[in-house]
Design a protein around this ligand. Sequence first.
Ligand SMILES: NC(=O)c1ccc[n+]([C@@H]2O[C@H](COP(=O)([O-])OP(=O)(O)OC[C@H]3O[C@@H](n4cnc5c(N)ncnc54)[C@H](O)[C@@H]3O)[C@@H](O)[C@H]2O)c1
Length: 238
Amino acid sequence: MLDFTGKLVFVAGAGSVGPGWGNGKATAVLFARQGATVFGVDIEREAIAETNKLIEAEGGRCLAHQCDMRVSAQVQAAVEACMQAFGRIDVLVNNVGGSAPGDPVTMSEEVWDAQIEHNLKTAFLGCKHVLPIMEKQGSGAIVNISSVDGLSAKNGVMAYASTKWAVRGMTRVAAVATWTATGCSGVASRVAGGSPAQASASVSRIVAGSRNRFIAVLKDCRWRDRETLAPGARRGGR
Ligand SMILES: NC(=O)c1ccc[n+]([C@@H]2O[C@H](COP(=O)([O-])OP(=O)(O)OC[C@H]3O[C@@H](n4cnc5c(N)ncnc54)[C@H](O)[C@@H]3O)[C@@H](O)[C@H]2O)c1
């Protein structure tokens, strides 16, 4: 078990879309079990309240905040509320996302636009408002939740698959931008899950911090399906 004592973890989409466990609720509860203080945000007040209750019932610490991650001003306000309460953000988990059916011909433009907002813009806005804080701190990690559909060309989920590919691409681009700004960042991606009974997600994270810290993180991962972007290796490249 990792020790996150003293760490502040900001989970975007920390509730769950239905009863039981979703990725966001499970992520928030597990971070709290490992000692982190969780700042949980969700568009649904009841959803985040339930996660909050679960964490506090186990003796953990969680502050719940209602926020639509598609709206920049709301994300900014959430980040400011978190900073006011805790003064730092060590980990951001961009978990908001979901799938709508359709192929290039049958999908309406409205559904396409909504999927871009839901799956991609939410993660972009999380990075936009939290990265400056991590850069200032000189440390932090951002976990952007993609999907196995962001690794393949699955039929029938046109916009979902496209946005999940884009989440992985955005993670890399953001890491390069962080490197350029601070001289330190990297990207490590993995495919989590795997059995049919499990949700599988491609998880990309930006590691901000010293070069040694990035290398330590890479050495530490026993990831089967690892892609890395070495710090600075492609600076100015494609
Ligand atoms: N469920 C799966 O099988 C599966 C598989 C692969 C990847 N994923 C990815 O995992 C992530 C979580 O999926 P999940 O199905 O476990 O959902 P989840 O149960 O984690 O719920 C997502 C939460 O996000 C909240 N939310 C929705 N829109 C929001 C917004 N605009 N702002 C703030 N909060 C918002 C919802 O209210 C909900 O509480 C998604 O990115 C999804 O694409 C899921």
